[in-house]
Ligand binder design. Structure first.
Ligand code: DNO
Ligand code: MN
Length: 350
């Protein structure tokens, strides 16, 4: 297992120098954020990013994300040119030593929350999702969605939502099939494992289709191309927002089959209705049994990348919700502690 941390580039208030001081931290997970979606990431930009990260004493082996253009998800005629650009980005990243590329296949919105600063009893803040509140949002009346308000012009969003009326879950899945059948062989040649991130939250939202929600969905996606280059980003926070997902059993199965390239470790407190809020990583704080999740990774011989996913905002820190330094650093240390505990008790038994 290699411990990594997400960094948003030179504008990120959390510096590489600070990340380097987290005990056990090996690598950075990042992306090039200013190349428009659909265009190829230039070799020089990748080289410069790698150089900056390595100069800070960290490795650059995981990219999150190379975003997938909406035309690819919609299956529009322009998709093949956009997929070719995507393939060239993979070749460029592979040549720079990148091993894993995280991506998602969620229409229009990536993660969705109804509150970015819910107050917890201990005085910290976290991201939360109220299903009834989300269902009451009428996007045709303009976009008022925490975290996304500035992402689309009203007419752009209306056109996009209109395009998706013709795309149900099966159509979206077939568009993923088309994408992966072209991209996975290129990833293989480039030494890269593609790792799809689950839908967050794992439910249909705003009438848009969702196809990465549970065990059956993950199984079907892995079967599209039976190769380690077609793998998963297994996010306990996203999948954990549906109590029907047995996370420990899923880790045992998919990590056991060598099909988890990247593990997002995050805890959520989830209700039967699918409302949830994010919590500290500790098992006792949320609905995810982190101790058993880590044990399942250890016992299946996981040798991919771990990263503490979102944290709470604590100790007065401000900045990008979910991506402060303190709670994610506590999460990384806790996860390393769980790993060391399982490793040592296992060694003592042998
Ligand atoms: C939430 C986060 C996501 C993730 C993207 C990957 O769990 O990990 O924002 O970065 O969905 O494409
Ligand atoms: Mn995640």
């Amino acid at each position: 297992m290699k411990m990594t941390f997400r960094w948003y580039g030179s504008d990120d208030p959390v510096s590489l120098a600070f990340i380097r001081q987290i005990p056990g931290m090996e690598g950075i997970v990042t992306a090039i954020y200013d190349v428009p979606v659909g265009q190829t990431w230039p070799v020089e930009r990748i080289a410069a990013l790698k150089q900056t990260i390595e100069a800070a004493g960290l490795t650059f082996e995981v990219v999150e994300s190379v975003p997938v253009h909406e035309d690819i998800k919609l299956g529009k005629p322009s998709r093949d040119r956009l997929i070719e650009n995507y393939c060239q980005t993979l070749r460029n990243l592979g040549a720079a030593g990148v091993k894993v590329v995280c991506y998602n296949f969620m229409p229009v919105f990536d993660w969705t929350r109804t509150d970015l600063a819910m107050a917890l009893p201990d005085g910290s803040n976290c991201l939360s999702f109220d299903a009834a509140e989300a269902d009451a949002i009428d996007l045709s009346k303009g976009l008022s969605l925490p975290g996304w308000d500035a992402s689309y012009k009203p007419e752009e969003l209306a056109a996009l939502l209109d395009d998706y009326k013709a795309v149900d879950e099966e159509k979206l899945f077939q568009n993923l099939v088309h994408f992966l059948k072209i991209v996975v062989p290129v990833a293989e040649e480039s030494g890269i494992r593609m790792a799809i991130h689950p839908d967050d939250p794992p439910r249909p939202i705003f009438g848009l289709p969702r196809i990465v929600k549970n065990r059956a969905d993950l199984e079907r996606i892995l079967a599209i191309v039976d190769s380690p280059a077609n793998s998963l980003t297994f996010c306990t926070g996203s999948l954990g927002a549906d109590l029907k997902n047995d996370l420990v059993a899923m880790v045992r199965e998919f990590s056991g089959r060598g099909r988890i390239a990247f593990a997002h470790l995050r805890n959520v407190k989830t209700s039967e209705r699918g409302d949830f809020h994010e919590t500290a990583h500790l098992s006792s704080e949320g609905s995810v049994d982190m101790g058993e999740v880590v044990r399942a990774y250890f016992e299946t011989g996981f040798d991919g990348y771990f990263r503490p996913d979102h944290g709470r905002m604590i100790w007065g820190e401000t900045g990008k919700p979910g991506y402060g330094l303190y709670d994610r650093a506590l999460g990384a240390v806790y996860l390393n502690g769980l790993w060391e505990g399982v490793a040592k008790t296992t060694a003592a038994k042998q």
